[in-house]
Write a protein that binds this ligand. Structure first.
Ligand code: FES
Length: 123
């Protein structure tokens, strides 16, 4: 059975070829941001409550580095962050992952629509 994480942080680490019109989060430092989030959550004893991982393209490339946080403590559709930099990691951890309040200044201006609920299985 999967661990009961309260929050699952997905950092887009998608990489595209240099010069691609959409750009990519990898070229904006996504791997270092993910690594710092992982290290800091571990240091602060959040392992078990918060899981940090990589995601492929979140389809919000123009806002990269893009991050989405899902979990039982998050709104349906998750909390989306835009243009995250390495310097923003402490705020995301302190204010959101520990304090429970999303970092307003980093919220994505137009969060992607919440995914449709999963269909119910046939009886
Ligand atoms: S490359 Fe990161 S959201 Fe598309």
């Amino acid at each position: 059975m999967a661990p009961p994480f309260q929050r699952h942080v997905f950092v887009c680490t998608n990489r595209r070829a240099e010069g691609h019109p959409k750009g990519c989060c990898a070229s904006k430092g996504a791997e270092a941001i993910k690594d710092k989030l992982k290290a800091e959550t571990k240091l602060r004893g959040l392992k078990g409550a918060v899981r940090v991982g990589s995601a492929g393209c979140l389809d919000t490339c123009e806002h990269g580095v893009s991050i989405v946080v899902y979990g039982s403590k998050e709104p349906q559709g998750g909390t989306w962050y835009a243009r995250v930099s390495l310097e923003d990691v402490p705020a995301i951890i302190d204010e959101h992952l520990v304090g429970g309040r999303p970092v307003e200044r980093l919220l994505m201006p137009t969060a992607p629509a919440a995914p449709a609920p999963a269909p119910k299985p046939e009886p």
